[in-house]
Design a protein. Structure first.
Length: 378
C-alpha cells in the first residue's frame, strides 16, 4: 500500500485537543468556543427540523441561504454574486478549500502559499499532483514581500492562496497588499483562492479586504467562508464558496461527487438567523473584548505578545521562559501549567521554529482568567 501523503500525520488540532482532554488542561489549542451558539439560532434549526426540512438539499445549497449570502456580500463588499450560479454551500470552509483546489490544480501545476499556512492547503495541492511553492513569513509582522512572490511565479503557477485574517498569525492583508498582488498577476493566468473564514473577526476598526471588493481580481477568485466561526458553531460544518460563474460551474462538478449537498436543516436555520444583519457587525466587538481581556492578562506573564489584528488567535513568544522547540514547549506547558496551545512551527513545511505558540481566545472570560492564572506560574 503506497501512502498518498507519506509526510502527513494526524493534524495538530486533533493531537493537541486529545492531549488537553486526556490531561484535563484548559484547551486554548484547537480554534473553537467553549460557550454555546446563540439559542435563537438553535431554535431556528429546531424549527427547520420540525417542519420537515430533512431530505437532501439542492446540490448547490438551499436557495434561500445562497440568496442571503448574496445580500450579505453585496452589503459588506459591494460585490454582486448570482446565488443561482456563483454561490455554493459546502461542508465547512475545509471542503470549499479542498474542492476549489481540486477544481484548478492539475499534475505539476504550482500553487503559491504563504507560511505559516493553514494545514489543509498543502495536502490538497499534493493530492492533485500539484507542487507547493511556499514563501516563508517571519514574526513579528509576517509581512509579505511581493517582490519575492513575483520571483516565485513561473509559467506553471496556477494559483495563489491567500488567508485574511490569517490563521495562525492574526495578521491581515491591507489594500496595498492586494494592489501589489494585482500588479504582479494582472497579465498572467493565475487563479486566487482567498480563505476568508475569519472575515468578521477583525479589530480596532480595520477593514476586511475581501477579494470580493476588487472586481479585477474577483473574476479569477474562489472566496471561501464558513459559518463555523461567526455563528460559534464550528461543529455544524457549513461554509460556502463564491466564485464567478465559469469557475463555479467546474467547482460544482467536483462538489457534487464529493458531498453532493450538505446538511439541510442547518442551512434553513442559518438562513433565518442571518437575516439579522446587525449580528455580523457586532461580532468584531464581541471578540475584540475577549482579545483585549486576554492580552491584559498575558501582560502579567513572561510571554511576549505578537500583534493581533484579526481571527481569534493570539500568538506569543516564549523565549523568555524556555529555549525548547515549540513542539516540546507545548507539551511541557500542558503538563506543568495545564494549558494547551498550538506550536506554530507545524505550519511551516520546513518546521521553522520562531519560538512562537498560538492561543485561541474564543473562550469565556472565566476560562481566559483561569488560563492566565496558570500561565503566570510558568
Ligand atoms: N481556513 C482556516 C484558516 C481555518 O482556520 C479553518 C478552521 N477553522 C478553516 C479554513 C476551516 O473551516 P471549517 O471549520 O468551516 O471547515
Ligand atoms: N481552524 C481551527 C484551528 O485553527 C481548527 C480546525 C480543525 O480542527 N481542523 O484551530
Amino acid at each position: 500500500f503506497i501512502s498518498k501523503l507519506p509526510q502527513v500525520g494526524t493534524t495538530i488540532f486533533t493531537t493537541m485537543s486529545a492531549l488537553a482532554a486526556e490531561t484535563g488542561a484548559i484547551n486554548l489549542s484547537q480554534g473553537y468556543p467553549d460557550y454555546d451558539c446563540p439559542p435563537e439560532l438553535t431554535e431556528m434549526v429546531n424549527n427547520a427540523l420540525k417542519s420537515g426540512h430533512n431530505q437532501y438539499a439542492p446540490m448547490a445549497g438551499v436557495m434561500a441561504l445562497r440568496e442571503q449570502i448574496a445580500i450579505k456580500t453585496e452589503r459588506l463588499y459591494g460585490a454582486t454574486y448570482n446565488p443561482d450560479n456563483e454561490i455554493t454551500i459546502t461542508a465547512g470552509g475545509t471542503q470549499a478549500l479542498f474542492t476549489a483546489i481540486s477544481t484548478v490544480v492539475n499534475p505539476n501545476d504550482e500553487v503559491i502559499i504563504f507560511e505559516p499556512a493553514y494545514d489543509s492547503y498543502a495536502p490538497a495541492i499534493r493530492l492533485m499532483g500539484g507542487v507547493v511553492k511556499s514563501l516563508s513569513l517571519e514574526p513579528p509582522d509576517y509581512s509579505i514581500n511581493w517582490e519575492m512572490v513575483k520571483r516565485l511565479i513561473s509559467n506553471r503557477t496556477k494559483m495563489i492562496i491567500l488567508n485574511t485574517p490569517h490563521n495562525p498569525t492574526a495578521t491581515i492583508l491591507r489594500k496595498e497588499d492586494i494592489q501589489q498582488l494585482y500588479s504582479i498577476i494582472k497579465n498572467q493566468d493565475i487563479f486566487i483562492l482567498s480563505d476568508e473564514v475569519y472575515e468578521h473577526l477583525i479589530y480596532d476598526g480595520e477593514t476586511h479586504e475581501s477579494i470580493a471588493r476588487y472586481p479585477e481580481l474577483r473574476d479569477r477568485s474562489f472566496i471561501v467562508a464558513s459559518f463555523g466561526k461567526p455563528l460559534h458553531a464550528t461543529g455544524w460544518k457549513i461554509g460556502y464558496c463564491i466564485a464567478p460563474e465559469y469557475m463555479t460551474k467546474e467547482f460544482r462538478k467536483i462538489h457534487q461527487y464529493q458531498v453532493f449537498s450538505v446538511n439541510t436543516p442547518m442551512q434553513y436555520g442559518i438562513t433565518e438567523f442571518i437575516k439579522n444583519e446587525q449580528y455580523f457587525t457586532d461580532l468584531a466587538s464581541f471578540f475584540q473584548q475577549k482579545r483585549d481581556h486576554f492580552r491584559q492578562g498575558l501582560e502579567e506573564t513572561r510571554f511576549k505578545m505578537l500583534p493581533c489584528y484579526g481571527s481569534y488567535f493570539q500568538s506569543v513568544y516564549y523565549d523568555a521562559i524556555s529555549t525548547e522547540k515549540d513542539t516540546e514547549f507545548v507539551q511541557r506547558l500542558i503538563k506543568e501549567a495545564g494549558v494547551a496551545a498550538i506550536p506554530t512551527s507545524v505550519f511551516y513545511s520546513k518546521g521553522t521554529d520562531f519560538n512562537v505558540i498560538r492561543f485561541c481566545f474564543a473562550k469565556t472570560q472565566e476560562t481566559l482568567d483561569k488560563a492566565v492564572e496558570r500561565l503566570m506560574r510558568i
